[in-house]
Design a protein around this ligand. Structure first.
Ligand SMILES: N[C@@H](CCC(=O)N[C@@H](CS)C(=O)NCC(=O)O)C(=O)O
Length: 219
């Protein structure tokens, strides 16, 4: 039997990028071993470098192959599990899903900077700057467009859960814990993500973690 995939992640309270790869594997019921490295500790960098040449997580180990960068991991998983609809099956939907995933991967810097992912944060609003509001507006518009044009078959961006949802999962946390006023359609999508067994498992693990990073405890 081949060795299972090993996913190396940052700790779950804060590691937004790790959540993407983790929720994808968990939700598609792909067996994997998890290795969790607490972030922002004196030993963190050396520990990460044992698994990821970029010094960042997540990293996926498949035997001798190492894949780092969350979006590259998503693409690798789609390649090795072609029978699973990691990306939507329709060509147009798939092209759009990949566009949104890339947009998320490369963008929304203001939202990421001012509203750090925090899976233990009690829900409460903070003052949002113009740049953050612009990021949020674009994300809501992108979600609404995907849901209206490709999402009829289910509650997710492209109907059934796909890589696009995995890429945006950390934004669901941000919109939720910073109590962002969102449309009903956005809230319904967030609720669908937050009802996933994989989401709930991630949150439960985050709540049980002992580590705290002060700069990510905003507000
Ligand atoms: N673009 C990378 C970003 C990865 C990233 O920034 N990961 C953070 C954790 S969420 C990290 O490894 N930080 C460790 C450090 O900077 O020491 C990806 O998509 O995987």
């Amino acid at each position: 039997m081949p060795a299972p995939l090993k996913l190396v992640i940052g700790n779950k309270a804060y590691s937004s990028w790790s959540l993407r790869a983790w929720i994808l594997l968990a939700q598609f019921k792909i067996p994997f071993e998890e290795l969790l490295i607490p972030l922002d500790r004196p030993e963190t960098r050396a520990m990460i470098l044992e698994h990821s040449p970029s010094g960042k997580l997540p990293a996926l180990r498949d035997g001798a192959i190492t894949v780092f960068e969350s979006l590259a991991i998503v693409e690798y998983v789609a390649e090795i599990f072609p029978h699973k609809a990691i990306w939507p099956r329709g060509k147009a939907a798939r092209a759009h899903a990949r566009s949104l995933a890339s947009e998320m991967h490369a963008g929304f810097a203001a939202l990421r900077r001012d509203c750090p992912c925090n899976f233990r944060r009690p829900v409460s609003a903070i003052a949002l700057g113009e740049a953050v509001e612009a990021d949020m507006a674009r994300i809501e518009a992108a979600w609404a467009h995907a849901r209206e044009n490709f999402g009829r078959a289910g509650p997710f961006l492209f109907g059934r859960f796909s890589a696009a949802d995995a890429m945006f999962a950390p934004v669901v946390n941000r919109f939720h814990v910073y109590d962002v006023p969102v449309s009903r359609a956005t809230r319904a999508y967030m609720d669908a993500i937050m009802a996933l067994p994989a989401w709930k498992a991630w949150v439960a693990d985050a709540e049980a973690e002992p580590w705290r990073i002060e700069r990510d405890e905003v507000g």
